[in-house]
Design a protein around this ligand. Structure first.
Ligand code: ADP
Ligand code: MG
Ligand code: MG
Length: 984
């Protein structure tokens, strides 16, 4: 017979912590705590399998369930010495939902179940406290009425308020037993009026009603939405926990509270919690009174005037503190606990792994290694690489007050404050004067690059996580909030408006790109700490990882930053970025517009020294580490002159007439630039460009060797190869330049020639390409575009719908599409290495910094990943985790995709938001609770916390916000081009 019910209590349990799938998180840990001998009120868990069976069988319970519940209830009665429904010593229970992952959207807990007109009298006599008995009764009717019978709680609250005013009191606690009796009668009448039947008096009927409500809530809209947003499968089901009540509301020697075994915001090893005297669980949640701190230290730190539990209930506090230690030693992680004190006796009601900020996660993990609780590998595994991002950028000072204006997507991490400007030109002009500016746009395009560069932070009202603003900002390391759809921008009037609040150009604004929040005014920030815990953990990560981590960098700043973050080389230096400089673009245009080789050579001669100097600087900074230089790649049209003045300038410089310049520009126009005249195709028609670049590279290598005495071995990378023939031509071209430079300078140098693999044909022909190439670098941005036949810049209009309809598991431009693009990578890897076993393989697309993609790259046996500077630590950690998880043999077949870790992100975001609120409310603001706890209701905090997280917070609508703007400046915006996102 299937076991549907698992008992716990009296120092033992049938379940264990590792039975979360069956018992839910709450049930499994209640069992575990019972087994540990901790004081847990007895009870039982009805398994998640009951839930799935219930739905598989037309909402019918398995037939054995009733008997098993009765038996388990009997055990609870025996342990407590009380009887369910008994008129003398009635057993009361709570009915608590509990899925595997904590899930807002599920039924709320019902307390005090088992009360009716007869048991309430028994309770009154037994405790000698009719006030307590009737207070519990009215709470029960209200809670049960609301969550089980579906009578909105405001009905009850209105009645309560009416009674209070009739009795002339302002606090619930001032109502007498008689008042409460009358209140109960009024509540019951309300139930009858609403439902047309009496409030259930039969205690078994009450219990089954509550159990049914929990299972029913698994399929309510809120839960379904939450599951969809967090990738929780429907067939997980929820468990139900029925547990003997203990009472925190029996007087001043009673209390209820929540705590973290360490500070969830900072990670500091201090006991961090709050409690309420003479209260029940739901009071803490409802925020009726201001909670008190557990510890004297906490009280002082938060300037609370109310006494700490350490003072009011010193013995109980000592027990709780001891349990804190036992739980940490047992679970070897920070715990989030709920407890109740009944007449000076402590009861544990919940424990779970506590959510925490990235900073806290880092500190807790390293501290726990030092404390001997966990080993280094475990510490490395515990940190979410994506969350590291928060630590590498300035963050908002957690203590600073703030005024939340709106929310968008956390597009690029870091916090920044500055003066609001609405155009890139203004941003640049003001930044030149030394001002900090926040660039606010509906969306950005490549024309805004200079303004984005000049700005401290970027805010857009449209666009998703892969919008131009998001991608470019991440590449630049600028904080960015994208798609803040509530904000209306008026470019003419130079204002932005959210609801009825207007901010003008020139006013201060703060954005937090790690959370997506936008604040009015200036919120002070704190600088990241890259030494200490961070450095230690990264050191451990480096011990485990097997794959190299390089960076994509072309500016000295990026190269330096990346090196500081631990980059082991440059995997992609995009030389076109070096051409966009205002002084150079003229020479570049002159070159393109030239009608013949001679004209081009003349213009290129102007660029050579500048380009050489670029490489000299990079070689110097990288100091012997590999530097991979990709020769010019973007479509020609990105350099074409458009404005009349630009055309005239070219005509003047090259001494030609305007008409011929215009005609040339028209000839160079392309219908589909992404698939047009770019990459090595440019060098097939205009070899002088690559010749100049190769020369600049070699001369720079010679110069730096002279300077430092150390040989520089540049890696020359040819873009957009489709097969051997093209690469052969490029090889000859580069070799000829090398030979010429060697002869001219009489200097010896070496270099390596390799290619991007960014077209499906190249991946398929890898075996013969490897005859020439010494390395491959997967350009997964273009490989994704060409594999899918999908332009990244246009995909935003419909990819959301694909994700929603589950046609794709996730945006393939964010995380490698392992089945398609990944397959091409595997093919290229195998075929390339079959020709040349020592072939060096890397990846340089955006994916190089995505943890899941890093794991994939490690798995298929790449030598390194290359990512933007700020992603280097993330990749190092992700690579270490890949190594720690990987089955033996790095090229094991690619398994099933890991299901997205469901609610962690959501929780993390809430936690961070909470951590940045006033310390007093921090713990209560929904860190681990579905609803705000006390203190979270103060106006300021409620504002900072945003909408109550009780209902699964829906993700901002990306689909709607990604639509194109329409009037977006002149046509030369190469946001239309495939690589707009990568330019700066
Ligand atoms: P949630 O999942 O929202 O945290 P819980 O099931 O943990 O809901 O219940 C919320 C609160 O109700 C608990 O923190 C506790 O204070 C109170 N509670 C639950 N069960 C009991 C019980 N058996 N005795 C006393 N209080 C309880
Ligand atoms: Mg709940
Ligand atoms: Mg709880």
């Amino acid at each position: 017979m299937t076991k549907w019910v698992y008992s716990f209590g009296n120092g033992k349990a049938e379940g264990r912590a590792d039975m979360k799938n069956l018992l839910g998180g709450k049930g499994a840990n209640l069992a575990e705590m019972s087994n540990l001998g901790l004081p847990v009120p007895p009870g039982f868990s009805i398994t998640t399998e009951v839930c799935t069976t219930f739905y598989a069988n037309n909402r019918k319970y398995p037939p054995e369930l009733e008997g098993q519940v009765a038996a388990a209830l009997k055990k609870v009665e025996e342990i407590t010495g009380r009887k369910f429904g008994d008129a003398k010593a009635p057993l009361l229970v709570s009915v608590r939902s509990g899925a595997r992952a904590s899930m807002p959207g599920m039924m709320d807990t019902v307390l005090n179940l088992g009360l009716n007109d007869s048991t309430v009298e028994g309770l009154a006599v037994e405790t000698g406290d009719p006030r307590f008995a009737y207070d519990s009764y009215r709470r029960f009717i209200q809670m049960y009425g609301d969550v089980v019978l579906g009578i909105d709680h405001h009905h009850f609250e209105e009645i309560l308020e009416q009674h209070k005013s009739d009795c002339g009191v302002s606090l619930d606690t001032e109502l007498t037993a008689e008042n409460l009796k009358a209140l109960v009668a009024a509540y019951k009448k309300k139930v009858k009026d609403e439902l047309g039947r009496d409030f259930p008096a039969d205690v078994h009927g009450q219990m089954w009603g509550a159990i049914g409500a929990v299972f029913g809530s698994w399929m309510n809209q809120r839960a379904i939405t939450y599951r969809r947003l967090h990738g929780i499968p429907e067939d997980w089901g929820t468990a139900v926990n029925v547990q003997a009540m203990v009472f925190g509301n029996m007087g001043d020697d009673c209390a209820t509270g929540v705590a973290f075994t360490r500070d969830p915001s900072t990670g500091e090893n201090i006991f961090y919690g709050e409690y309420l005297v003479n209260a029940q669980g739901e009071d803490v949640v409802a925020g009726i009174r201001t909670p008190q701190h557990l510890t004297i230290k906490g009280k002082l730190a938060n300037k609370s005037k109310l006494p700490a539990m350490e003072e009011t209930l010193p013995d109980v506090f000592k027990q709780l503190d001891a349990i804190r230690g036992r739980l940490e030693a047992h679970y070897r992680d920070m715990q989030d606990i709920e407890f109740t004190v009944q007449r000076n006796k402590l009861y544990m009601l919940q424990t779970r792994t506590g959510k925490r900020t990235a900073a806290a996660a880092l500190k807790i993990a390293t501290d726990m290694v030092h404390e001997g609780l966990i080993d280094e590998a475990e510490a490395v595994k515990r940190i979410d690489p994506a969350a590291l991002d928060q630590l590498l950028h300035p963050t908002l000072d957690p203590k600073a007050p703030r005024d939340l204006l709106a929310r968008g997507l956390p597009a690029s991490p870091g916090a920044a404050s500055g003066t609001v400007v609405f155009s890139a030109d203004e941003a640049e002009a003001m930044a030149e004067k030394g001002q900090h500016v926040i660039l606010v746009r509906v969306e950005t395009s490549p024309e805004d690059i200079h303004g984005m560069h000049a700005a401290r932070g970027i805010l857009t009202t449209r666009g998703g996580m892969t919008s131009h603003a998001a991608v470019v900002a991440r590449g630049m390391g600028r904080p960015c909030v994208s798609g803040a759809g509530e904000i209306r921008i008026d470019y003419q009037g130079k204002t932005m408006t959210v609801r009825n609040k207007t901010i003008r150009a020139g006013e201060q604004l703060t954005i937090d790109g790690g959370t997506g929040e936008v604040f009015a005014g200036e919120v002070p920030t704190v600088q990241p700490e890259l030494s200490g815990d961070f450095a230690e953990l990264m050191g451990w990560a480096d011990k485990y990882r097997k794959i190299g981590v390089w960076t994509n960098a072309e500016t000295p700043l990026d190269a330096r930053t990346a090196k500081r973050f631990g980059a082991e080389g440059i995997g992609l230096c995009r030389t076109e970025h070096m051409f966009f400089d205002p002084q150079r673009i003229i020479a570049v245009r002159e070159m393109i517009m030239a009608e013949d080789r001679e004209g081009r050579s003349k213009a290129l001669a102007k660029l050579l020294p500048m380009q050489r100097q670029d490489f000299v600087e990079l070689f110097r900074i990288m100091d012997g580490l590999p530097v991979t230089i990709r020769l010019l790649d973007p479509p020609l049209h990105e350099f074409l002159p458009h404005a009349q003045s630009e055309l005239e300038e070219i005509a003047r410089i090259s001494g030609r007439d305007l008409a011929s310049v215009k005609a040339r520009a028209a000839r160079l126009h392309e219908v589909n630039p992404m698939l047009g005249h770019r990459g090595c195709r440019l060098a097939v028609t205009y070899p002088e460009i690559y010749e100049m670049q190769a020369r600049a590279i070699f001369e720079a290598a010679i110069a730096v060797k002279k300077e430092t005495g150390k040989a520089v071995v540049p890696e020359v990378m040819i873009p957009l190869i489709t097969g051997r023939a093209e690469l052969r031509l490029m090889q000859k071209l580069v070799e000829a330049v090398a030979k010429a430079v060697r002869e001219e300078t009489k200097a010896e140098f070496e270099y390596r020639l390799g290619t991007m693999i960014e077209l499906p044909r190249a991946a398929l022909r890898a075996a013969e390409i490897a005859e020439i190439a010494e390395f491959f670098s997967f350009g997964t941005n273009d490989l994704t575009q060409t594999c899918y036949g999908l332009s990244r810049d246009d995909a935003g209009n419909f990819l959301d719908e694909y994700e929603k309809k589950k046609l794709i598991p996730r945006d393939p431009f964010v995380s490698i599409d392992e089945d398609g693009v990944g397959e091409l990578m595997k093919i290229a890897t195998e075929r390339g290495r079959s020709t040349k076993p020592e072939l060096k393989l890397g990846i340089c697309g955006e994916h190089g910094g995505d943890p899941a993609s890093v794991r994939f790259c490690a798995m298929i046996g790449l030598d390194y990943v290359s990512c933007s500077p700020y992603r280097v630590p993330i990749a190092r950690l992700a690579a270490a985790q890949a190594a720690l998880q990987a089955p033996a043999g790095a090229t094991a077949p690619i398994g099933k995709r890991r299901p997205a870790r469901p609610s962690d992100d959501h929780h993390r975001r809430v936690l961070i938001a909470a951590g940045r609120r006033s310390a007093a409310s921090r713990i209560s603001g929904g860190i681990a609770h579905a609803r705000p706890l006390p203190g979270a209701r103060s106006a300021a905090v409620a504002k900072a916390a945003g909408p109550k997280p009780k209902k699964a917070a829906p993700k901002p609508k990306k689909a709607a916000s990604r639509k194109k703007t329409g009037g977006k400046g002149p046509k030369r915006t190469s946001g239309k081009s495939s690589r707009g996102g990568k330019k700066r």
